[in-house]
Design a protein around this ligand. Sequence first.
Ligand code: FCB
Length: 456
Amino acid sequence: MFPAGFVWGVGTSAPQIEGGVDLDGRGPSIWDAFAETGAVRAGDTPAIATDHRRRFAEDVGLLGALGVDAYRFSIAWPRVQPTGVDGVSHSGLDFYRALVDELLAHDIEPVATLYHWDLPVALEQTGGWPSRDTALRFGEHAAIMAEALGDRVRRWGTVNEPWCASMLGYAAGVHAPGRREPSAAVAAAHHLLLGHGLAVDALRAAVPDAEVSITLNPYPVVAAGPTDDDRDAARRVDGLANRLWYDAVLEGHYPDDVLDDLRAVSDLAHVRDGDLAQIARPLDALGINYYRRYHVRHRPGASATGPAAQWPGSPDVELVTPEAPLTDGGWAIEPGGLTEALVAVTREHRPPPLYVHEAGAAFEDPVDAGSGRVEDTRRVTWLADHLSAAAAAIEQGVDLRGFFVWSLLDNFEWAEGYAHQFGLVHVDRTTLQRTPKASARWYAEVVARNALVEPG
Ligand code: FCB
């Protein structure tokens, strides 16, 4: 059994499901622009995605059938403010009001994330996240959303996975906006955090009973070699992937060793007096996303340039795939890492209550032509093992309040396009027809019983 009141949910994000780029006067996002350059696998784009902007009522019906307590979704900044500044789209705001009303009508609590990576192109053109101005604009955007939805949304998230948004987007260039500029990535990281802190204040000002969180993706890091250099590679990756974010958000400082590593590529002049106090505003909840561990070794030049250059200032680290079963997305299946991540943040910091904001796996299972069913038994096993790992963390004293499966629908999986399918619900790429998978039926039972249900 999970604790009474445990929040069961599922999650999505706007750029991965909404489509509807022709509605609401929506402006282009950096993901639209990135996909137009052909940078996404198979030339896929988020233009249609799952067409959720039009089909949201049907999708809330799917949530109702799951019986979940809560639904984590994100707000597309360019749908609400097409250029990221001023000029609000009332039709865009009305869409999110209608979505939230539909959720509330089904007794499902909305959990709204303000930034899940779809920066308005106009703001990228004026510098993007490496520019301090973007953080200030994000604070204004948060105020607009808090004003518009604060009467009906109590649970808010600021930024989703700022590590990905900064390092994959501006250092490795494998995510939008596709820049490979290490010093810009370091500034982007800081400004995403600053934007988070400004958003916390904006939410508190407009929504007095708000429960405010940020969503981070800590990866337990394992040295995949025996040498001191391998251990140092692991320290560097742990610093950039985990400690940088935790220390800034929960303690109000950056770790000294990480700053030393970063000085190889940045003068850090973007960090101004008072910023860290703004970044470390008290939170009511912390979202943890978990998919796998990082296994890291030292290899000269491995992360110096190109798509592996996601560790600014650390050109000699390499991620290796461990001996373990893999998902169809190629990520090792390591449920124990979820327990480790939850226990580590609890022991090393005094975090607010924790939520698993995302956990899930890419497995491609077709709709069976005869039965019309999708038997995604590997996903059921993956989820059951990770729920056990979450329960183990609770037994070890972690204050875990909820679990959100990633994701409701098969959707636009960033640079992988539609190739990696994370949904509890299958979405046909031609007809966009939704078919709940076996995992959806299994999860509905978990939710109803507030307890792990053994697979099979
Ligand atoms: C996370 C993202 C989420 C989804 C999963 C698979 O990094 O937050 O949008 O793509 O990975």
